[in-house]
Design a protein around this ligand. Structure first.
Ligand code: UDP
Length: 253
């Protein structure tokens, strides 16, 4: 957030944003499941100019043993921004921001994964931001939940995520980089569609109660659109695997 500057014009008189979107329009999103051979589950997401890869390992026995929980699986998330992901090179390794993002995403998934089915196990989720252009934590959640499903990890539901916010005194959906830099508020949200539960909610900037309610509704509506794209990615993955399998005739020969 740029401290609420309203001087820079991000939305024109017709309600069109710098990248040509309407205020309530998402950037284009593409999701592919099962992109990595050696992970138990994986997914790749392109969301506007964001490029995000997620990989899942587990559930497998947690090591060292003192980290084991006898009642449930431990869920660990590592969100990493690659050095080359932004214009100004990011310092490698975990910084304050990536540690915070890893934690809030892990908390979100702990509410969704049936961890009690895997006592003493660990589930590792790696989120690699290859290219960043605002909204990477949401893109990371979207990719990670498809990767978890691809790994066959039992969960209540997929977890779609999206941000809404405010720029030039108007509510907008899915902030791009300039909007994030100089806008007035950013509200990343992740939900469990089946229950309507919110599992991640953060806010940067300022909104009135009424604006907050409307922004939250906007991001939750967008989450339902993204949920369809997540399910579609898994359907395509399943269809590809079925086509790849040798048919019974071939097996018999
Ligand atoms: N960003 C950057 N360098 C950094 C951290 C962030 O250039 O060290 C950019 C990047 O494009 C990111 C955006 O700032 O997507 C917004 O970052 P924020 O912390 O709001 O998280 P995000 O919106 O990506 O979830």
């Amino acid at each position: 957030m740029g401290g609420g500057s309203t001087d820079i014009k991000l939305i024109d008189e017709k309600g069109i944003r710098l990248d040509g979107r309407r205020v309530d329009q998402l950037r284009p999103i593409k999701i592919e499941a099962g992109v990595l051979k050696n992970a138990d589950g994986s997914a790749y997401v392109e969301w506007g100019k964001n490029k995000v890869l997620a990989a899942v390992y587990g559930p497998r026995e947690a090591h060292p043993r003192h980290i084991q929980d006898p009642t449930r699986a431990v869920v660990d998330v590592i969100y990493n921004m690659c050095s080359f992901s932004v214009e100004e090179r990011v310092r490698p390794g975990p910084g304050r921001r990536s540690v915070e993002i890893s934690k809030v995403i892990a908390d979100a998934f702990r509410n969704v994964i049936f961890t009690e089915q895997f006592p003493r196990a660990k589930i590792d989720v790696y989120i690699e931001i290859l290219q960043a252009n605002a909204g990477t934590r949401c893109a990371g959640v979207v990719a990670a939940s498809v990767a978890l499903a691809d790994a066959g990890v039992p969960m209540m539901d997929l977890v779609p995520a999206c941000a809404a916010g405010k720029a030039n005194n108007q509510l907008i959906l899915d902030l791009g980089k300039e909007e994030d830099n100089v806008g007035q508020a950013d509200l990343p949200t992740a939900i469990v569609p089946k229950t309507g539960e919110i599992v991640l909610l953060q806010m940067d900037g300022h909104l009135t109660q009424d604006e907050f309610d409307r922004a939250l509704q906007m991001s939750m509506n967008a989450c339902m659109q993204i949920y369809e794209l997540q399910k579609d990615a898994l359907r395509r993955r399943y269809a590809t695997s079925a086509n790849d399998a040798p048919d019974t005739e071939e097996v018999r020969q």
